[in-house]
Unconditional design. Structure first.
Length: 230
């Protein structure tokens, strides 16, 4: 990252961690960066990510996008303009949770955790409905989905989204309220730390239960809201 990019994104590291990590992992095309805003395209997810000081700068950055179906926006004042310009119809408002520590989380070995294989895609599709078949297949092909097993029985799974955030956390109904979600996420956080990655995830802003879980694990939560639009 050049000095301007670092300086701008680090004004609000919690808000911008998705952009910071995409650049650090070399999965970002930096389309524009200056002292007042930034536009990148994350190459794994094909999501455009925009942050800007004001509407005029945001409009300038949006003008550099030829066409798109997925945008991550870091300021609410651009939402209506972007959705109208590109004909987007779906919006999710999230906060960002970031594990800023270097110390690993204590792991409970109650579960055996194993990497899913591509042939287990049906299990994911039956229980997780937020992503398309193609997205889940690519995540599996990347080796970024993990299942938790209790006495040989699958109780749930967790993974890493294409753009690098922790997610796809699903505990099957009969195994909930047993702490298995915490165990699976702790495992994934520690594996990311071993690879010198910053664990982060996004949570719908009103999902108090999930936000509290992240805080319990040691994550910091952004005060600002991000907007996923498609």
């Amino acid at each position: 990252m050049n000095d301007i990019t670092i300086k701008y994104l680090m004004k609000k590291p919690l808000l911008h961690m998705g952009m910071i990590e995409a650049i650090r992992r070399n999965t970002a095309d930096i389309i524009h960066s200056d002292n007042h805003g930034m536009l990148i395209k994350e190459k794994k997810s094909n999501a455009y990510m925009i942050t800007a000081d004001n509407f005029d700068k945001g409009k300038e950055l949006v003008g550099k996008i030829p066409n798109c179906s997925l945008i991550v926006l870091h300021q609410g004042f651009m939402v209506d303009y972007i959705m109208n310009k590109f004909g987007l119809t779906h919006k999710i408002e999230v906060v960002q949770a970031v594990y800023m520590k270097k110390e690993k989380i204590h792991e409970n070995n109650v579960l055996e955790i194993r990497k899913f294989t591509p042939r287990q895609i049906s299990v994911v599709l039956e229980n997780y409905h937020m992503l398309s078949y193609d997205e889940i297949k690519e995540i599996l092909d990347n080796g970024n989905l993990f299942g938790g097993y209790k006495n040989g029985t699958l109780v749930g799974f967790v993974g890493i989204h294409l753009e690098g955030s922790i997610g796809l956390l699903e505990i099957f109904p009969q195994y909930r309220q047993l702490g298995y979600g915490t165990i699976l996420e702790s495992y994934l956080v520690n594996r990311m730390l071993e690879k010198d990655l910053v664990p982060f995830g996004q949570i719908e802003k009103d999902n108090v239960k999930s936000i509290n879980l992240q805080r319990k694990l040691g994550f910091e939560i952004s005060q600002d809201v991000l907007y996923w639009m498609e």
